[in-house]
Design a protein around this ligand. Structure first.
Ligand code: EPU
Length: 430
């Protein structure tokens, strides 16, 4: 297994291109199941999760062609995918594939909407929490799907098609919102989704669906009103920039000191996180091409944060903020309200000398004078990248094991950081 070696202490200077958002690219690719026509997605990041979903979609009969990488051009624009689901040859998403990536469960809604039947493996839990799918099933039942669970599979049927309904989510779920929104575009009549997730990736998917001929009101709000259509058409859509990658690099610059422009980043996608960063003492400003982060010698101030659905502070940046706070002046309190077990980075950060106490959903981080490099283990995607940030701050050498977690969600991480002066390299296993 590959490892990453970091020698800490280098300032970051220069620019980092921000890739297309993983968490938008995945549901956008799934949207291709809704139409016989071609859906072209630009700026798709080259990530392990994207490649795995491509395999799953091919298994359903989706034809996928990828344009050659552009030469020159805008450096932060990713690949172009052409997805055509002319015939769906298989409505089953098997355990072997779904169990490796939760988002693949989101094929359920589009498949039952278009084909009247779908059989999708339950995704199971994962390292960050139990992550049930009750809200997905509740929403699809409201649209008339008959759902049973048998031998680890969810079997959804709507032989006469789905019908519009009223879905009121008791708690905000990004995935359940995607699943029901995608399905509702092909249901008969109107669907009202209340307490929908407002994450920018949901808005990006909704905008793409509108280009495909869907009628959706309330994009960007927690109330979505969808008029179902008998069929959708092809479209061309560009995946929005990754706000979590943006935040991660922004925190890394604040952690090491330096001056970096995050090319293609859009501040409004993560205003809360960047405002939080500014209160730690880093400077955040807009440039013509992206967002500039600077910290020059001034001390890092501790901040208290609670993770919340958008527009609150994102859970996907909680670990990275914690890494930064290990060196802050004073004590920071971070409460995780979205996932019950998203603190695996705590014990790894402690190996580098961080002083963190955990009480239920709350971590108290007392800033220390220095971290010392050590061997650590990546546990999930965002936890892993928090170890990269800590390694960049630490004295000496940090070796991160199990970096396949990083490859699921960060494109060319070592390259992007080393171009800005970080001493980071991948040690290939074989
Ligand atoms: N939940 C339920 N029942 C459900 C669905 C969710 O109880 O049927 C709970 C979850 O257990 C969790 C909370 O609701 O406690 C929120 O979960 P949500 O459904 O919003 O999460 P998700 O859709 O599974 C997406 C992202 C995650 C991100 C969360 C929260 C993708 C592919 N995944 O997951 O991203 O943390 O929303 O913003 O979009 C990551 O990229 O590393 C990642 C984990």
């Amino acid at each position: 297994m590959d490892r990453i070696k970091i020698t800490g202490g280098a300032r970051l200077e220069g620019s980092i291109p921000i890739s297309g958002a993983k968490n938008a690219a995945l549901p956008l690719m799934i949207a291709s199941l809704l139409t016989e026509d071609r859906l072209t997605l630009k700026n798709v990041p080259n990530l392990a999760d994207v490649n795995l979903l491509a395999r799953i979609l091919r298994n359903h009969g989706v034809d996928l062609a990828v344009d050659g990488k552009r030469s020159g051009g805008t450096p932060h624009l990713g690949e172009t995918f052409h997805l055509t689901a002319r015939d769906i040859s298989d409505t089953t998403a098997p355990y072997e594939l779904v169990s490796r990536m939760r988002a693949s469960f989101w094929v359920l809604g589009p498949l039952v909407a278009r084909m009247g039947v779908a059989k999708v493996s339950l995704p199971g839990g994962c390292a960050i929490g139990t992550r049930p799918v009750d809200l997905h099933l509740m929403g699809l039942r409201e649209l008339g799907a008959e759902i049973e669970i048998d031998a680890g599979y969810v079997i959804a049927k709507a032989p006469k098609g789905l019908v519009g309904g009223h879905v009121l989510f008791p708690t905000v779920s990004v995935g359940a919102t995607h699943n029901v929104l995608l399905a509702a575009t092909l249901a008969k009549g109107e669907t009202l989704i209340e307490n929908a997730a407002r994450e920018p990736e949901v808005g990006d998917v909704a905008s793409c669906l509108v280009k495909m001929g869907a009628e959706i009101e309330g994009i960007g709000t927690s109330t979505l009103r969808i008029q179902g259509k008998p069929r959708l058409e092809g479209a061309v859509h560009t995946v929005l920039p990754d706000r979590i990658e943006t935040g991660t690099f922004a925190f890394a610059v604040a952690a090491t000191g330096g001056d970096v422009v995050l090319e293609g980043a859009r501040r409004e996608l993560l205003r809360n996180a960047l405002d939080t960063l500014a209160t730690t003492g880093a400077s955040v400003s807009d440039t013509e091409t992206g967002v500039r982060i600077q910290r020059n010698g001034n001390r890092l101030e501790a901040v208290d944060v609670e993770t919340q659905p958008f527009p609150g502070f994102p859970t996907d940046l909680q670990a990275q903020l914690m890494a930064l706070m290990t060196r802050a002046h004073g004590t920071s309190v971070i409460r995780e309200t979205i996932f019950e077990n998203r603190f695996m980075h705590v014990q790894e950060l402690a190996r580098l000398g961080a002083d963190i106490k955990l009480h239920g959903d709350t971590a108290t981080i007392k800033g220390v004078k220095a971290l010392r490099g050590a061997p650590v283990m990546a546990t999930d995607l965002r936890a892993s990248v928090s170890l990269v940030i800590a390694g960049l701050m630490a004295e000496g050498e940090t070796i991160i094991n199990r970096v396949y977690h990083l490859d699921r969600g960060f494109e060319r991480l070592e390259e992007k950081l080393s171009r800005c002066g970080a001493r980071i390299e991948r040690i290939s296993a074989g």
